[in-house]
Design a protein around this ligand. Structure first.
Ligand code: DAH
Length: 340
């Protein structure tokens, strides 16, 4: 039996190697492995082998079958490759599968849309680092040393002096250090907070900061700017209201509410039945922030505001869970194709 196996291995491999077309190879295959093929014949003969030799003979035949099958496959590949080379293939033809073009992420589209509105009002755009110094994120913004926002719960500290910025406000100071008034800027970017994720919280999100400094800028300028932005972004005039609030870096500080986008002030689930949606924090730049920037005392006034881009995008497009913006599920993202 072993001799027959060795012979068939040598002959089989040589026949496979000599087959020079797919058809010739197919008949070699049938001759070896087909129903009446030689290897099949040997397998059938196993029953006549003595009991003590049958297991070894069976194993050897299986091994041979694997070898011949692999050799056939290789040769099939060789012949196909050679055939392709000799055919006139146009490798520049486009593929058959339809090509799906990517689109901008909805957050990025909203970010750009907001910036465009401010460019229209004469604003520049600036940027600052996401890995920020404690100094710019807090101290220069007039946060007292023991302010609770510095608490390790809210801030991702990297070491004593460095952290992931919790707000885009530090870019105000970085910019004023370089640029003298009059100035008007928006600073969009990613910010980080040590928070558990839920439908309205994420440990990373986007804000856009606005800053305008000149002589004699007043709260009225802030109000007109905010109203113009809202009318342009959400479409149509909408009521806004300024509620007194506290931020260390502005005085006075306000929170700005606008008439609910869904119910136009009547009260609904989106606005918690109040008719109002809070959309940004704002105020008049605190003198200590001007001081940190190196501006002379009492020379300038200015307003600043900051809003969450995620929240604005969610309000505009009726998205009810912030996590959808970060999961990049194509079933979600594809809904914004052509919309933004
Ligand atoms: N930085 C504030 C925050 O993250 C938002 C903010 C409020 C920015 C008032 C401002 C401002 O520029 O004037 O909650």
């Amino acid at each position: 039996m072993q001799e027959a196996i060795d012979r068939l291995r040598a002959e089989g491999l040589s026949r496979i190697a000599q087959a020079d077309s797919p058809d010739a190879l197919e008949s070699v295959r049938v001759g070896l492995l087909g129903r009446k093929g030689e290897l099949t014949g040997l397998l059938r003969g196993l029953k006549d082998v003595s009991d003590d030799q049958r297991p070894a003979a069976g194993a050897a035949l299986n091994q041979l079958k694997l070898e011949l099958t692999a050799a056939l496959e290789n040769r099939t590949g060789d012949l196909a490759g050679a055939g392709a080379g000799s055919m006139d293939l146009d490798l520049t033809l486009p593929g058959r599968a339809p090509v799906q073009l990517g689109t901008a992420h909805p957050l990025l589209s909203v970010l750009e849309e907001i910036c465009d509105i401010f460019y229209g009002m004469g604003y520049d755009r600036g940027d600052g680092p996401e890995v920020e110094l404690d100094y710019y994120n807090f101290t220069a913004l007039n946060f007292p040393d023991d302010h609770p926002a510095r608490d390790i719960q809210d801030t991702f500290f990297l070491n004593e002096d460095m952290l992931l910025r919790t707000q885009t406000s530090p870019v105000q100071v970085r910019t004023m250090e370089r640029v003298q008034p009059p100035l008007a800027y928006v600073f969009p970017g990613r910010v980080y907070r040590n928070e558990n994720a839920d439908a309205s919280h994420s440990s990373e999100f986007y804000q856009i900061e606005g800053l305008r400094v000149d002589r004699n800028i007043s709260l009225v300028d802030l109000r007109e700017t905010v109203n113009a932005f809202i009318a342009s972004f959400f479409g149509g005039e909408r009521q806004t209201r300024f509620r007194p609030h506290f931020f260390p870096f502005t005085e006075p500080s306000v929170e700005v509410d606008m008439e609910c986008v869904k119910c136009s002030g009547k009260g609904c689930g989106v606005c918690g039945q109040t008719g109002w949606l809070e959309i940004m924090g704002a105020g008049m730049v605190h003198p200590n922030v001007f001081k940190a920037a190196g501006y002379p005392d009492d020379a300038y006034t200015g307003f600043a505001f900051g809003m969450g881009i995620d929240r604005i995008a969610m309000l505009k497009y009726g998205i009810d869970d912030i996590r959808l913006l970060y999961e990049n599920d194509l079933r979600f993202l594809n809904q914004f194709r052509g919309v933004l």
